[in-house]
Design a protein around this ligand. Structure first.
Ligand SMILES: Nc1ncnc2c1ncn2[C@@H]1O[C@H](COP(=O)(O)OP(=O)(O)OP(=O)(O)O)[C@@H](O)[C@H]1O
Ligand code: SF4
Ligand SMILES: [Mg+2]
Length: 356
């Protein structure tokens, strides 16, 4: 994954690139700027995590990828799935792409599954519809999918309420895989599950992605889970990606003050000290219909400069293969964890200035 600092519209297609989101904006009715200028790429076999506090725009981004946003949401930018822009596709093509090109696993399987239909019928439905399979063929494929996610094929005859939370989430994953998508978007797929089942589901997702060379976009507020599961990690704040890079590096050595605060809120595996001293972030996330001026994080930022209240910041190189959107990044300031802050607060790069 990479997030270019300056949105452009003329990238050549890259071989093996499944998803290329360019300068995506989503505004809900009432001026709620939920996603702002997001760039994101996912290659075949790559697992990309999206992290951030509640309300930062993670689910909006996920829904936008498959054109599942409610009517009234204004969307601009490009969402290239295998080079084809999802935003300009005809509806018939969007419906085909939703299963065969990319599929989504939502949080809370109980709400996403239909309570009055057997789970096997629900898995078979897209196979019948999009694969034009016979009833017997769809039944066979349903059994295979259930076994692939670690459930006996006979569970196809169960109703959702007859399954545990973890089993239901496995059914959701089987449904997402039903038409052999190339990209899976998983929005908080394990949040409602206990830690043992959560670990099982995460292992399953990792295994399926690597066996089938899928691309994965996994959304969570839990940076520790994402750093364990994903190759790359993007941290969102107030609708923007404010930091991105290799997952473990972002988790263990965040460069953006918000990334640092988010990371400090989760205990480190193998670091007993952090388990007993998780730090919270003061203040609330901003209201996306009335965002603060300048850097949207400035009212909560411990290392803000006076200029942060007026100067917006955009992603810039923070280290090899890493980017962050902070005035201190690229200087010897606090976000680099080395030396004093830039006293003038004027370290806005040409890239930042030229980015709209
Ligand atoms: N249908 C909608 N209409 C108007 N505003 C919305 C709608 N859906 C979401 N929002 C707002 O958009 C912002 C982003 O919401 P979103 O659901 O994308 O956040 P999130 O990062 O997924 O949060 P969570 O971690 O709680 O799931 C929030 O302020 C939310 O209130
Ligand atoms: S730009 Fe300023 S307010 Fe924003 S994160 Fe960096 S120091 Fe904090
Ligand atoms: Mg969400």
């Amino acid at each position: 994954m990479s997030t270019p600092t300056t949105p452009t519209t003329e990238h050549p297609p890259t071989a093996g690139r499944l998803l290329d989101v360019r300068n995506l904006d989503v505004t809900y009715a009432g001026g709620v700027a939920a996603v702002r200028g997001v760039n994101l790429t996912v290659d075949a076999g790559q697992k990309v995590g999206i992290a951030g506090e509640s309300g930062c725009g993670k689910s909006t981004l996920a829904l936008a990828l498959l054109r599942l946003l409610p009517a009234g949401a204004r969307v601009s930018g490009e969402i290239l799935l295998d080079g084809e822009d999802v935003l300009t596709m005809k509806w018939g093509r969007v419906r085909a792409v939703r299963w065969a090109g990319a599929s989504i696993v939502f949080q809370g399987a109980m709400h996403s599954l239909n309570a009055v239909h057997r789970v096997g019928d629900q898995i078979a439905e897209p196979i019948l519809l999009h694969r034009k399979a016979t009833a017997a063929g769809a039944r066979k494929r349903t059994g295979e999918l259930l076994e692939q996610v670690g459930l006996p094929a006979a569970r196809a005859s169960a109703y959702p309420h007859e399954l545990s939370g973890g089993q239901r989430q496995r059914v959701m994953i089987a449904m997402a895989l039903a038409c052999d998508p190339r990209l899976v978007v998983a929005d908080e797929p394990t949040t409602a599950l206990d830690v043992m089942i959560q670990a099982q589901i995460l292992r399953l997702i990792q295994q399926l992605v690597s066996e089938q060379e899928l691309g994965l976009v996994m959304i969570s507020h839990d940076l520790a889970v994402l750093s364990d599961t994903c190759d790359r990690l993007a941290v969102m704040y107030a609708g923007r990606v404010v930091e991105e890079g290799p997952a473990r590096q972002v988790y263990e050595d965040a460069r953006h003050p918000y990334g640092q605060a988010l990371s400090a809120a989760f205990p480190r595996i193998g670091d007993a000290g952090s388990r007993f001293a998780p730090r919270g972030l003061p203040g609330d996330p901003p209201d996306p219909s009335a965002l603060p001026s300048g850097c949207a994080f400035h009212p909560r930022c411990a290392v803000a400069l006076a200029s942060c209240a007026t100067q917006d910041q955009f992603l810039r190189p923070a280290a090899p293969d890493r980017r962050a959107a902070c005035v201190h990044v690229g200087t010897a300031g606090p976000a680099d964890s080395a030396g004093p802050a830039d006293p003038a607060g004027a370290a806005v790069t040409e890239e930042a200035r030229s980015t709209p």
